[in-house]
Design a protein around this ligand. Structure first.
Ligand code: ZN
Length: 241
C-alpha cells in the first residue's frame, strides 16, 4: 500500500497538482495541515484535497486561524493579509470541511500533528532539543508533522539527543525505532529548494521516500498579484524561503 504524505499546501494549486501527478497511483493520502494561508487558491486546494483517496487530514495553524479558532493577529503582516483575503474567497462547503478537521490524529502506528505532538497548532520542531522533549508526547512508533516547511527526520536516541536527518529528493528511509518525520511543504518550501516536497510511505516495505517536483512558479506568482496578495508571498516561492 502506497500512501502519499503531504503538508503545508498553503493554497498553491499548481504545486499540489504537480505533486499529485508526480506521485502516481496511491492507495491513501495523509495531509498534515495548512491547506490554506499565503497562496492564491484556497478553494481549489481544499476542493482537490477533499477528493483524494482514503484521506486522513488534520488542521494546521493557518486553517485554525481562517476558521477563527485562534487569533489571526498572532500572524505576521503578510500572513495576516493573506488570511483576510482568503476568508472572503473561501466557499461554505470548503469552510465546513476545514472546520471539522482534528488537530491531532492516530492512524495505526502513526500519530499526526501539524506542529508537534506536544502542541499541535503552534510548536515548531526545528532542532533536536525540541524534538527530544516531544518523544514523550506520542505512543506510536512514528509521528508525522509539518509546520516548519523543511523535510526532516528526527530519530529517537534514548542515551542522548535525537539524530537529525535532512533527506534529499530520492532518499528512501526505513525506521528502526521511534521517529518524528516531516515531509516538507508542497506549496511554500523553506529549505532554499523551490520544488514542491512530499513523501511516499510504502507500508509493506515500511519505507519513506522523500521526493521533490518542480512546477510553474510563475503562474502562481501571477495569481498572487491578481488576487491582491502581498507580492513577497509570490517572490519567496522562487527562492524556496
Ligand atoms: Zn505552514
Amino acid at each position: 500500500m502506497r500512501t502519499l504524505v503531504i503538508s503545508d499546501i498553503h493554497a498553491n494549486l499548481t504545486a499540489l497538482e504537480a505533486v499529485i501527478r508526480h506521485a502516481g497511483n496511491v492507495d491513501s493520502v495523509i495531509c498534515l495541515g495548512d491547506l490554506v494561508g499565503y497562496g492564491p487558491d484556497p478553494n481549489e486546494c481544499v476542493g482537490l484535497i477533499r477528493e483524494l483517496p482514503n484521506l486522513t487530514c488534520i488542521m494546521g495553524n493557518h486553517d485554525a486561524a481562517l476558521m477563527g479558532f485562534i487569533d489571526v493577529s498572532a500572524f505576521n503582516g503578510e500572513a495576516f493579509t493573506a488570511l483576510n483575503i482568503q476568508a472572503e474567497l473561501l466557499e461554505e462547503n470548503n469552510r465546513d470541511f476545514l472546520e471539522l478537521l482534528p488537530v491531532r490524529a492516530d492512524l495505526d502506528t502513526l500519530t499526526l500533528a501539524h506542529g508537534s505532538p506536544r502542541n499541535p497548532i503552534w510548536e515548531y520542531i526545528l532542532n533536536v532539543t525540541t524534538a527530544n522533549v516531544n518523544f514523550s508526547h506520542f505512543e506510536t512508533i512514528g509521528c508525522l508533522i509539518g509546520h516548519s516547511h523543511v523535510p526532516s527526520i528526527f530519530i529517537e536516541n534514548e542515551a542522548s539527543l535525537p539524530q537529525l536527518l535532512l533527506p534529499n529528493s530520492g532518499d528512501r528511509w526505513k525506521p528502526t525505532g521511534k521517529f518524528i518525520l516531516n515531509p516538507g511543504s508542497v506549496g511554500q518550501p523553506r529549505d532554499r529548494d523551490p520544488r514542491a516536497s512530499y513523501v511516499i510511505y510504502d507500508q509493506a516495505e515500511d519505507t519513506w521516500l522523500f521526493r521533490r517536483v518542480g512546477y510553474d512558479v510563475g503562474s502562481v506568482i501571477a495569481r498572487v498579484k491578481s488576487r491582491g496578495l502581498p507580492p513577497r508571498l509570490g517572490d519567496r516561492l522562487k527562492k524556496g524561503i
